[in-house]
Ligand binder design. Sequence first.
Ligand SMILES: NC(=O)c1ccc[n+]([C@@H]2O[C@H](COP(=O)([O-])OP(=O)(O)OC[C@H]3O[C@@H](n4cnc5c(N)ncnc54)[C@H](OP(=O)(O)O)[C@@H]3O)[C@@H](O)[C@H]2O)c1
Length: 363
Amino acid sequence: MDRDEHYMSLAIQMARETVGQTSPNPSVAALVVKDNQVVGMGVHVKAGEPHAEVHALAMAGEKAEGADIYVTLEPCSHYGKTPPCAKAVIDAGIKRAVVASHDPNPKVAGRGIEWMRSAGLEVVENVLAEEADELNRTFFHYIQHKEPYVRLKMAMSLDGKIATAAGESKWITGEAARLDGHTYRHQSDAILVGVNTVLADDPSLTTRIEGGGRHPIRVVLDSQLRTPPSAKIIQNEETPTWIFVGQKVEADKKEAFSQYPHVSIIEQPYDRIEASDVLTYLGEQNVTTLLIEGGGTVADAFVRAGKVHEVITYMAPKLIGGEGALTPVSGKGIAHLADVDAYQVVSTDKVGEDVKIVSIKKG
Ligand SMILES: NC(=O)c1ccc[n+]([C@@H]2O[C@H](COP(=O)([O-])OP(=O)(O)OC[C@H]3O[C@@H](n4cnc5c(N)ncnc54)[C@H](OP(=O)(O)O)[C@@H]3O)[C@@H](O)[C@H]2O)c1
């Protein structure tokens, strides 16, 4: 690993710690290095707060003059909630900028790099770019498609069952896998389930990880508004609950939820709820990442719409069997193999007694 990779690797490690907390912004870190000493470091901790470069340059102060800066993402070049970072880098007297990822945001897209170069800085691009791109995979998707990046989480037995034929499902995977699953809630802006899951399991859909965590917005697809006001997602006020309903739900049924300020009933102009319309709406509300946690019918709707970008599979070393036992994706399914989306396995790990497989949609 050369010197540039060494410092960039450190910056990437810092940025990785903020994944999930900067939405709808990317995770970014910066280091200011002079004479082989780190003189400034910064991360972007939250949307609306200063960018990583601003923190790092402030810490470096006058030492930034003639120094190198390492940034995991190309510095921004537009006036948003904060002034452009490319300008701050130039004004601080930095002589060399090392950049990992390019920003696909059309407001930036190479302009930050051009700006620094035209001001006479030496700019080195693509240092550990693949690693840095990986950090912001969900942000890049959102910026390009204006819709959330969708993860489907499934927990099943070796023979692909999520419950026994008698309906028992607690628990198929072990505690370590369930805890690991909660880190995806922490990293997601929203979590989605179908109304049957609410009725069957009465989940709270909050994040429970050691040391606390961020709760995603809870989204339920429920065309007839069958969710009872007594459900945990209604009684628990820790995070908003958005229920998508069809157009035929009676007014008094909706009225029953008006006493819960964290609950929103989102009416669709037809009887059935379309997965793609839900994603458009969520994108408009700055939801950049969505975690689908079931059940099989809802999962199938997103699979058939071609909108599942990543699959997190936990597989317990158990055989359950039973023709009627539920599988993670049910519904109509896809009739022709030619229409099935291809995924690439990016990691396989052992989590406790179980196996975790992460697969990403190709193309
Ligand atoms: N082991 C696990 O990891 C796990 C996780 C989650 C759930 N589960 C289990 O899964 C079971 C529930 O699964 P499920 O397949 O029966 O139901 P589901 O996916 O939870 O809910 C399906 C229902 O959602 C509503 N819906 C609204 N819009 C939809 C759309 N565009 N596409 C699909 N559904 C839409 C429909 O009801 P309306 O027509 O009334 O709108 C539909 O019947 C439960 O037994 C639960 O315990 C297991």
